[in-house]
Design a protein around this ligand. Structure first.
Ligand code: SAH
Ligand code: SF4
Length: 353
């Protein structure tokens, strides 16, 4: 007799079809797979006990064959401006961060796609960490569920927007990011959250932008541009060495043609670096070549960097230049800075040495 312990499977790491086959092989009716999948992805349950319409006999079989990798909320910190920072612990003890940003009628969850980041943008705190690992799609989904729960508790509202702007580069964990979007979006087997209210932000990997355009999604794309000049951009974002502005331009135009969605340029204003007259003129020129809009971002201080924010007066001048050129541009003020929850301030320990 074999005493080998039967290996269990993470029930959230298999497709609907695989679950169905397994359920049938356990001599259970196939329609139960629908019920189980619904409990997992629509009602976000991470244990079998809560699956009320499943008999205890079936639950026992499921428990013998499957387990859940759970994501837990370790800490929640609230800023003076209402922004809440979340510390999550994943099944292996790795720590990730997420943020809830309340604004009038809008509640945005900012979620992470990786623990750390393999890129090293000079102005970003996450860039000072090593990449520890990619997050699995269920871990990205879990962040949305946990932030949404807190949003309901704190603000009596569901989330209205989701941005992939936390730790990590979403396009370097592409498959999990796409799968997480599917789970967050699906009406039948997911949270039913509109794709139009989701934004993926990338530092700009041309061939992945191409792949993303071909997915036929209705998800918004934000490109962290930060300079329309190759020399400056390479100095602050080393990814520009292999993905220069011309290659990004080509793919962003294609993205617009295929999706009819205007990409957003994110542009952190760094005093004396990318806010000069020449830099802004180059940005205006680029915006005229690509159907797009611009989000200027207030720079958030990061330890061990010498950057300074652009002065208020200069920000006003830049915004009026865009207004005069009829290019949609907004200035996004920092949120949650007092608790290090603002853009680019997310970083757990284990910095790059
Ligand atoms: N890796 C992705 C998504 C995460 S970063 C990306 O780079 O797009 C989310 C946004 O925060 C990016 O636009 C990034 O450039 C910006 N950011 C990084 N550091 C920042 C800082 N110190 N102040 C303000 N924004 C910052
Ligand atoms: Fe990574 Fe984005 Fe930070 Fe650059 S800005 S280091 S890509 S998280």
């Amino acid at each position: 007799m074999s005493n080998k312990i039967q290996e269990k499977t993470d029930i959230r790491n298999i497709s609907f079809l695989e679950l169905k086959q397994k359920i049938v092989s356990l001599n259970e009716q196939s329609h139960k797979s629908n019920q189980v999948f619904e409990w997992i992805w629509k009602k976000s349950k991470t244990n079998f006990d809560s699956m009320r319409n499943i008999s205890s006999k079936t639950k026992k079989k499921l428990e013998e064959n499957f387990y859940f990798n759970q994501t837990k909320l370790k800490k929640k910190e609230k800023s003076q401006d209402g922004t809440i920072k979340f510390l999550f612990v994943f099944f292996d003890g790795k720590i990730g961060e997420g943020v809830l940003i309340p604004q009038k009628q809008r509640y945005t969850a900012c979620i992470s796609s990786q623990v750390g980041c393999s890129l090293d943008c000079t102005f970003c705190a996450t860039g000072k960490m090593k990449l520890e690992r990619n997050l699995m799609y269920q871990e990205i989904y879990d962040q949305v569920v946990l932030i949404n729960k807190a949003c309901e508790e704190e603000y009596s509202s569901k989330l209205t927007n989701i941005v992939y702007m936390g730790m990590g580069e979403p396009f370097l964990n592409y498959k999990n990011v796409i799968k997480s979007i599917e789970k967050i979006n699906s009406e039948k087997h997911g949270l039913g959250f509109s794709q139009k209210r989701i934004t993926v932000s990338t530092s700009g990997i041309s061939k992945i932008i191409k792949r993303f355009s071909d997915e036929k999604l209705k998800v918004n794309l934000a490109l962290s541009l930060h300079s329309a000049n190759n020399k400056t951009r390479t100095e602050i974002m080393s990814i520009n060495k292999t993905n220069d502005i011309e290659s990004l331009k080509e793919e962003l135009i294609e993205f617009y043609k295929k999706t009819k969605i205007k990409p957003t340029f994110e542009y952190v204003l760094l005093k004396g670096i990318n806010d000069t007259k020449e830099e802004i003129q180059q940005l205006v020129k680029l915006c005229k070549q690509i159907p797009s809009k611009v989000n200027f971002i207030e720079y958030n201080e990061v330890e061990n960097t010498q950057y300074k924010k652009t002065d208020k007066k200069r920000v006003e001048e830049i915004l009026s230049t865009f207004d005069n050129n009829k290019i949609t541009a907004k200035f996004r003020q920092s949120r949650g800075e007092d608790i290090n929850a603002a853009c680019g301030q997310l970083a757990t320990k284990n910095k790059k040495t």
